[in-house]
Design a protein around this ligand. Sequence first.
Ligand SMILES: Nc1ncnc2c1ncn2[C@@H]1O[C@H](COP(=O)(O)OP(=O)(O)OP(=O)(O)O)[C@@H](O)[C@H]1O
Length: 289
Amino acid sequence: MTNEQMTPSETEPTDNQTAPTPGTDGLADTADFDGETMTDRTLLEARDLSVYYGEEQALSDVDIEIPEKQVTAVIGPSGCGKSTFLRCINRMNDLVDSARVEGELRFDGKNVYDDDVDPVALRRKIGMVFQSPNPFPKSIRDNVAYGLKVQGKKDNVDEKVHTALKRAALLDEVEDQLDSSGLDLSGGQQQRLCIARAIAPDPDVILMDEPASALDPVATSKIEDLIEDLAEEYTVVIVTHNMQQAARISDKTAVFLTGGELVEFDDTNKIFENPEHDRVEDYITGKFG
Ligand SMILES: Nc1ncnc2c1ncn2[C@@H]1O[C@H](COP(=O)(O)OP(=O)(O)OP(=O)(O)O)[C@@H](O)[C@H]1O
């Protein structure tokens, strides 16, 4: 994650009843929508989203509506644009000089590419967990407290660290060693520490880019259980190469194929049992990819 500092921009509230109420960072305050039940309310929406790296097109006119508080898996062969799509959601592609985005990516109805959206504030609402566990060379406590510190949140830090570790199913294993280095943990524990770090600032969305691909089967299984639990509170979008994993843990599945085209998006059961497109069936049954 970037260490860029916040640069809040000014936004006038809109009088449109259906539009989100922007805060000073141009983003909605989604607290209004908090609730524990699974809904089909769209939280993330792409409209004609295309991404280019220089001359090369990595995503092609993607339209998708991702529901809140569910797990959406993004699958497809290597190079089809899965990570590019994920990185569009919290504007991580801004950090790639050659990347150019066209179309819209709406978070709670607001296009995150609007001029008044502060990408640093956006990334606090839309956290990210990467393929390889990447804890900072700091204590377990400081790793989890990192996002809070960057935000200048100094109240109840210990309580928030405990809560995040608990939500990440790591507290029981590290409660007595919060001052030891995050790097001393096992790979699976490090990844759960990174999830705790992403959760601590209380985001609405957690993006995961192959979060278990570097882990052994036992650690993978713990991460999968955790992801399903997280969807009770957060909207989770996960890129995975592992189709069994997508089938096990996701509610919805998006299948991207070569050329950055989103070919099919539906309930996970439908995608794996009765896909609409032959190309999706061929991919799922291992005929290519
Ligand atoms: N920083 C970059 N600069 C230039 N081209 C890039 C960059 N990142 C990705 N690409 C290109 O964009 C296309 C999509 O890449 P992306 O990493 O999004 O695919 P992917 O489906 O996630 O692949 P994989 O499954 O192998 O991780 C590929 O052709 C890739 O080479």
